[in-house]
Design a protein around this ligand. Structure first.
Ligand code: FES
Ligand SMILES: [Fe+2]
Length: 389
């Protein structure tokens, strides 16, 4: 598959920046009031305006084989995601229609179930959500057809990802929501990957501090000096907006050599592109994809409170490298990236930043021209949060 148009345009920008030795940054400095990182009112408005009505990525397709169900609690709403025997994926509230018991307990992986049986009194549901059995059914009045089926949530599987709107009665319209990004994503072949491991953790920081870190390359040279900076160019990046979403390419050192050869062909495959630049997508409001040279980090965040976040990092690897001989490589890689780069560096900075935000040292945080992605992000957060007021 050839490079999609906008990815090709971004790579051309990187080629020109490398060739001229002049990075291309945004036009203006921007300022973010510090209250946005600890205000309880804004947190409530974000949950209402971003984390309930918008499509959120709840799983990778490889997590759910046919006939499996997955309990998902990371978004503050008990979700049950099910793939029936025909391969269709649906999402429901993980709540029994009798007296509200949680149906399936969260676990590290999806479970193969012929049907979902409530552990309290045994109401039994098909994976389509239809109530199919009630012990002592004659103890209950009749109700309208479907009136005791599981509460379905808008759900769609696309690009290897399961998208859910965690609000009953909500709408999911991915064509319009993804806009131009919808045409770029197939090239990245997320659907051809396999989940290797999911790391979940809670941290004492506002969720936006983590997104901020993934939207700018400014910190790579200093914060990641001893880990990933040796692979990257300093400050050479190309970012494009697709509605509220952002796609970026961050130039790797190999890009300089490539750009210096006037007749060097452009990369023809994703693997070739990843040697020159690391693609990163920010899918509004809470998902970041980072394409490392041979695997993908899929990161989703949720604000559990104004100053606390839930971190979910799925490491996705090529299907043909899921064999036992590859396991030590992936284990080592996971330790290096999740524990080393993310936890000890990016998340550490977010947690340390949170501690001083309310100290009065700053009334706003300053984002320079190399950090324009933060201004785009915060503009959209405020737009959607205020629409919920
Ligand atoms: S609460 Fe589920 S069967 Fe009673
Ligand atoms: Fe970072």
């Amino acid at each position: 598959m050839p490079l999609p148009d906008q990815t090709a345009a971004q790579l051309e920008s990187i080629r020109q920046q490398c060739a001229r030795g002049e990075p291309c940054w945004g036009d203006v400095e921007s300022h973010i009031p510090v209250e946005r990182y600890f205000s309880p009112e804004l947190w409530r408005a974000e949950v209402r305006g971003l984390f309930r009505p918008l499509p959120l990525i709840a799983a990778h397709s490889s997590e759910l084989a046919a006939g499996h169900v997955l309990a998902h609690d990371a978004y503050g709403v008990p979700l049950l995601i099910a793939r029936d025997g025909d391969g269709a994926v649906r999402a429901f509230l993980n709540v029994c229609r009798h007296r509200g018991m949680r149906l399936v307990a969260p676990g590290p992986a999806a479970r193969e179930l012929g049907s979902v049986v409530c552990p309290y009194h045994g109401w039994t549901y098909k994976l389509s959500g239809e109530l199919r059995h009630m012990p002592h059914a004659d103890a209950f009045d009749r109700c309208e057809p479907g009136g005791r089926d599981l509460v379905a949530l808008p759900c769609e599987e696309r690009h290897g990802l399961v998208w859910v709107v965690p609000e009953p009665g909500g709408t999911l319209e991915l064509d319009g929501w993804l806009g131009g990004l919808d045409g770029e994503l197939p090239f990245y072949e997320i659907d051809r990957l396999q989940l290797f491991r999911t790391i979940e953790a809670e941290y004492p920081a506002n969720w936006k501090l983590i997104i901020d870190a993934f939207l700018e390359p400014y910190h790579i040279r200093v914060l990641h000096r001893d880990t990933i900076y040796p692979f990257f160019c300093d400050g050479i990046t190309a970012a494009l907006r697709f509605g509220p979403h952002t796609a970026s390419l961050v130039a790797r050192r190999a890009a300089q050599e490539w750009a210096a050869q006037a007749d060097a062909p452009p990369p023809g495959t994703l693997a070739e592109l990843r040697k020159l630049a690391s693609p990163t997508h920010f899918i509004f409001p809470n998902t970041v994809t980072i394409f490392h040279p041979d695997y993908l980090s899929l990161i989703t965040l949720y604000p559990t409170g104004p100053e606390t976040l839930r971190w979910t990092h799925r490491m996705l690897i090529p299907r043909d490298k899921c064999t036992p001989d590859w396991l030590p490589h992936w284990e080592k890689t996971l330790q290096l990236i999740d524990r080393g780069v993310f936890e000890k560096e990016d998340i550490h900075c977010a947690v340390q930043t949170q501690r001083g935000l309310a100290s009065g040292a700053n009334r706003h945080l300053t984002a320079g021209r190399m950090e324009q992605g933060l201004a785009w992000f915060h503009e959209n957060v405020m737009r959607y949060a205020s629409s919920s007021a």
